[in-house]
Design a binder for this molecule. Structure first.
Ligand code: ZN
Length: 98
């Protein structure tokens, strides 16, 4: 919705550059990409740490002769990496300092 008399270009929340069609309180595409790259780097590190912890837990908690247990454990380790990465990335996009 366009407010009458309002300017169609809106300043970026981070760098202040005026961009046509930007929504109020959001970043321009360059700042958004930079922020997303930072969030993804952080998410990768956190997810790696969580995955190592999960793998250690599965290694210690599931006996080797458990058969399918180790396979399910490995699936759990992979799921841990994917979910942790997504969750941390989303949180970092919200809370990383600008
Ligand atoms: Zn910007």
């Amino acid at each position: 919705m366009q407010l009458s008399g309002g300017s169609p270009d809106v300043p970026c929340l981070t760098c202040g550059k005026r961009v046509f069609g930007l929504r109020w309180g959001t970043d321009c595409p360059e700042c958004h990409a930079r922020r997303e790259a930072r969030a993804n780097r952080l998410a990768g590190k956190v997810a790696l740490g969580a995955t190592v912890l999960m793998a250690a837990y599965v290694w210690l908690a599931v006996p080797a002769e458990a058969g399918l247990g180790r396979i399910y454990g490995a699936i759990g380790v992979l799921v841990t990496y994917v979910l942790t990465r997504r969750i941390v990335s989303r949180i970092a996009m919200e809370y990383l300092p600008r």
